[in-house]
Design a protein around this ligand. Structure first.
Ligand SMILES: Cc1cc2nc3c(=O)[nH]c(=O)nc-3n(C[C@H](O)[C@H](O)[C@H](O)COP(=O)(O)OP(=O)(O)OC[C@H]3O[C@@H](n4cnc5c(N)ncnc54)[C@H](O)[C@@H]3O)c2cc1C
Length: 187
């Protein structure tokens, strides 16, 4: 998949410079069109039309009090039912949980299915039994525009396999899932 991605980037003229960084932020604001030339940490010049800061993200859970157990990363400790540890009817989902997996919207949506099923069970007076199991491999759909890109899903044995380009296009590239969310939120 990585080799395919490199090939596709190469075909559209994207030059990857890995393992380096800009020595200083460009004069133009991030995410704002405007040609600039910057110098990278290894001393090379780089001219481009736009730049984005992509330094990773971190969660903000300081507002939670001591009743919510958190790990050293600030992640909320949850059970396999996605209840907050030590609580029977308080749930946590999404990026703030300590579930060992890549933090992605796709996973947050899977969490939501479990939490919704358990809350429904509570409301009906039945036992909340839905549990969450992380997907054992990294899952990604990475479109390069509406008609290219790569993606990886698990197969029925739980091993990673590269999905066909049509899957990347149909599931994400063509509409960035807007249709799915329009339907979900009934808008
Ligand atoms: C650049 C980028 C690209 C990404 N691309 C993808 C992708 O292609 N596919 C994918 O699956 N995932 C992607 N992700 C990850 C995805 O965005 C997150 O996993 C997802 O948004 C997590 O959802 P969440 O509801 O847990 O948290 P969030 O979406 O972060 O929502 C948390 C909300 O809580 C609010 N909040 C925080 N503190 C407080 C407070 N004290 N009081 C009230 N509100 C508060 C925040 O403002 C925010 O609106 C991407 C993330 C980034 C940064």
């Amino acid at each position: 998949m990585v080799a395919d991605l490199h090939r596709q980037l190469d075909e559209i003229g994207v030059e990857l410079r890995l393992g380096t960084a800009l020595a200083a932020e460009p004069a133009s604001a991030p995410g704002t069109a405007g040609e600039f030339t910057a110098v990278t940490a290894d001393g090379a010049e780089l001219t481009a039309d736009i730049w984005f800061g992509a330094y990773g993200s971190r969660i903000h859970t300081d507002y939670l009090d001591g009743a919510v157990p958190r790990n050293e990363l600030g992640q909320v400790k949850v059970t396999e039912r996605l209840t907050v540890q030590g609580h029977e009817t308080v749930y946590a989902l999404g990026d703030i949980t300590d579930v060992a997996e890549t933090k992605m919207a796709a996973m947050a949506m899977r969490h939501a299915e479990v939490v919704a099923a358990n809350i429904l069970a509570h409301s009906k007076g039945t036992e909340p039994e839905a549990v969450y199991a992380p997907i054992p491999v990294k899952v990604i759909l990475l479109p390069l525009g509406p008609a290219a890109g790569v993606g990886q899903f698990p197969n029925e044995l739980g091993a990673a396999f590269q999905v066909p380009l049509e899957t990347v296009v149909q599931m994400k590239g063509a509409g960035m899932m807007l249709g799915h969310f329009r339907e979900l939120f009934n808008v």
